[in-house]
Ligand binder design. Structure first.
Ligand code: FMN
Length: 163
């Protein structure tokens, strides 16, 4: 099963999880980087990031290589922003058609609802369901054993769907 994890992360939580899952699944990693990164300041990130989600922005990404034919499973990993997914993921999904691909979803949040993100990502990818999905709450601050258990459940679900 050839798998790639495509992710965006501003503060490192999603990147931490993406790397761990990639190790467990022996998957490739693709980090999406906006040409102009969002500010990391404790207030400014919410202002600029929130506005970017609300306006449905599609920021220009630094060049990346991605050939969808090379993968059986594509895992999208994103922080939750304003109850939705992040704009760099929107940029990626509006440029790359993942129709008929098996898609997994990983999100990191501060504990807010993830249903809107889930639903909007299903609509944008045109997937009927995710092959596996999980949300982690601020994993960089979580007990590593709890993180590892969640990851292992996610990978088991993913493998279970492919034998
Ligand atoms: C602009 C912005 C909006 C956010 N909105 C939400 C939200 O609606 N719900 C929530 O639970 N967390 C929200 N968060 C918190 C992040 O989802 C959370 O800190 C996540 O772990 C960050 O992932 P990262 O470290 O990979 O960037 C928001 C963070 C930012 C910067």
């Amino acid at each position: 099963m050839r798998t790639i994890i495509i992710y965006y992360s501003l503060d490192g939580n999603t990147e931490f999880i993406a790397r761990k899952v990639a190790q467990d699944l022996n998957a490739s990693l693709l980090k999406l980087e906006p040409e102009k990164e969002y500010p990391k300041g404790s207030v400014s990130k919410y202002v600029w990031g929130g506005k970017s989600v609300v306006f449905g922005e599609k920021p220009r990404l630094k060049p990346y290589k991605f050939q969808k034919e090379m993968y059986d499973v594509i895992i999208l990993a994103t922080p939750i922003w304003a109850s939705s997914f992040t704009p760099p993921i929107r940029s990626f999904l509006t440029t790359n058609d993942l129709i008929n691909k098996k898609i997994g979803l990983i999100s990191c949040s501060a504990g807010g609802d993830t249903q809107k993100c889930r639903q909007q990502m299903l609509e944008l990818t045109k997937a009927s369901a995710f092959v596996a999905e999980m949300n982690l709450i601020e994993p960089l601050k979580m007990d590593v054993n709890i993180v590892d258990n969640q990851i292992s459940e996610f990978c088991t679900k993913l493998y279970g769907n492919f034998g």
